[in-house]
Design a protein around this ligand. Structure first.
Ligand code: NAP
Length: 518
């Protein structure tokens, strides 16, 4: 297939008035389609259910974004059946044909870009720039994974002994269950699902309950792109009601999960148990939480460091697995960096992305349970250390807004150890660089990390010893680019699957060796 070389989708320029106008008009259009109902889609058929998920705008919880049918075990069973039957044909479909579905999905996302941004603002509470980065990432996944499948379709080179031919190639696995979080409801749901589909598997796709309307839009895109009926089955529902069922079923071949450590570990445990009629060891691809640290040493560019700490900590209200939630500052620069961080964080504009413009930097947190969780951690932080900024969430009935909050704490404090997943940053002072690295590594997670330094020895030490899957030097630690910064964590952050990287697609396939003697 003659494709142009892969490149990342550029972000929109919000200083261009035409983009601002297009976004306002999309917000209006989407605003007039709020409250609609969305069914399940199993084998191409629309299925209504008794259960319902009512999805709301986190900046205005009285505004219903949509009503989505919630699957029970009955519908989960139907979806697994359909996916199992469809695997027989889809797994034999040419890789090029499968790749073309992703390329068409990419084109559709680009055509529907502003509409998707508007849904992300309404249902995800995303600022315009955050929504745009996510939708661009979804395009990147489609473009990258389609090319990756073409690279891998004939297998990879191995050696042969004289008189024999050894071939090493990949085959589809079976039915995959993709389970996504709410924080990247377009990019992660589409990324996980498209990787499974392009490699020849069929999928039962479960979005987060909090972003099920966007899940329905993702399903529309797969259908419009020409995924045959039954290849992707849209099964929204409550994880607590259908999650275990989908994971444990004997028809499930693999589970591709992104979400919290707690859920990921549960899935890993349940998937490991063999049940009646199960004929394989289930594979679990699990990307989980983080407690990501940025180290600023005494040689760093302090202005740039402070700006990137603020961007990494408070972008999308800290609700990124890659978000900086610990800033570890060398004692000699501690006061200077802190002053700059506070100044920059104070300048952030908080507001409803659906109401404000491109200048809103911080929107709400996603939901009432998340608001309560973050608020509880803020109470803990107030007792554990000094509150340097924020700390006073508003009235949740008027939107789940939590202001950027900053604590100075000891490295062992709860707020410096546990994932909060909100706009809460812990400042920790370190004696020297070795101490800072020790503090950064002294945590069960290991997703992203950053070092700001001009000291070559420090950077080389961190290159090898910083225990995280994605380590960034002298820049922000969020916004990993597909194909450029393959993403996945060490430790309790998951199975290090490196989404958007060269090792990702083979996780969804069986590698086969065939040897013929002549
Ligand atoms: P979560 O509560 O673990 O939920 C993730 C998904 O799992 C949701 O679809 C959820 O459904 C489902 N689920 C819940 N219980 C389940 C069960 N027993 N079996 C199967 N599925 C079940 O996580 P979240 O709050 O949505 O997302 C935030 C977390 O994701 C954070 O920890 C963040 O760090 C992590 N994350 C990691 C990455 C990464 O690449 N490492 C990227 C993004 C986010 P319901 O929505 O119905 O509960």
């Amino acid at each position: 297939m003659g494709l142009i070389p892969y490149k990342n989708e550029p972000y929109l320029d919000w200083s261009d008035e035409a983009n601002v106008e297009a976004m306002r008009s999309a917000l209006q259009d989407v605003g007039s389609s709020l409250g609609e109902s969305y069914p399940l889609v199993i084998g191409g058929k629309r299925i209504e259910t008794d259960g319902e998920i009512v999805s709301v705008n986190p900046a205005n919880p009285s505004q219903v974004v949509g009503r989505v049918a919630a699957a029970s075990e009955r519908e989960a069973d139907m979806a697994l059946d359909k996916a199992t039957a469809t695997f027989e044909t889809w797994s034999r479909t040419a890789p090029e044909a499968r790749a073309r579905i992703l390329l068409r999905a990419s084109a559709i996302i680009k055509r529907r870009r502003f509409e998707l941004l508007a849904w992300a603002a309404h249902e995800g509470g995303k600022t315009w720039a955050e929504a745009d980065a996510e939708v661009a990432e979804a395009v990147d996944f489609m473009e990258y994974y389609s090319r990756e499948m073409l690279r891998l379709k004939d297998g990879v080179e191995i050696y042969s002994v004289p008189g024999e031919e050894s071939r090493y190639f990949y085959q589809p696995m079976g039915v995959g269950v993709t389970i996504a979080p709410w924080n990247f409801p377009v990019a992660i749901l589409m990324g996980m699902t498209s990787a499974a589909v392009v490699t020849g598997n069929t999928v039962v796709m479960k979005p987060s309950e909090f972003t099920s309307v966007i899940g329905a839009k993702v399903m529309e895109i797969f259908e419009e792109a020409g995924a045959p009926e039954g290849v992707v089955n849209f099964v929204p529902g409550y994880g607590s009601e259908i999650g275990d069922y989908l994971v444990q079923d004997a028809r499930t071949r693999f589970i591709s999960f992104t979400g919290s450590m707690k859920t990921g570990l549960r899935i890993n445990e349940l998937a490991a148990r063999q049940i009646e009629n199960q004929r394989w060891v289930k594979r679990v691809i699990a990307e989980m939480g983080g407690k990501d640290a940025m180290i600023i040493d005494d040689s760093a560019d302090l202005d740039a460091a402070a700006a990137d700490i603020v961007a990494s900590a408070y972008g999308y209200s800290g609700q990124k697995c890659s978000a900086a939630s610990r800033a570890i500052l060398h004692a000699d620069v501690h006061d200077d960096v802190l002053e700059k961080v506070i100044e920059k964080a104070k300048a952030l504009k908080i507001g409803a992305p659906t109401e404000g413009g491109p200048d809103v930097n911080v929107g709400p947190v996603i939901s009432e349970p998340q608001f309560e969780k973050v608020t509880n951690y803020i109470d803990v932080g107030k007792n554990e250390g000094e509150t340097l900024l924020g700390g006073d969430p508003g009235d949740p009935s008027e939107g789940y807004f939590v202001p950027p909050t900053l604590f100075e704490v000891d490295s062992t404090a709860t707020v410096a150890q546990e994932e909060i997943f909100g706009p809460v940053l812990s400042i920790i002072q370190a004696r020297d660089f070795e101490d800072a690295l020790h503090i950064a590594n002294d945590n069960p997670y290991g997703l992203t990390g950053g070092v700001y330094s001009r000291n070559r020895d420090h950077l080389e030490l961190a290159r090898h010893e910083f225990r995280a899957g994605n380590v960034y030097f002298n820049r922000k630690i969020t916004g990993a680019l597909v194909g450029v910064q393959p993403f996945g964590g060490f430790g309790m952050s998951g199975t290090d699957s490196k989404a958007g990287g060269p090792d990702y697609l083979p996780l969804h396939m069986l590698a086969k060796t065939v040897v013929e003697r002549f």
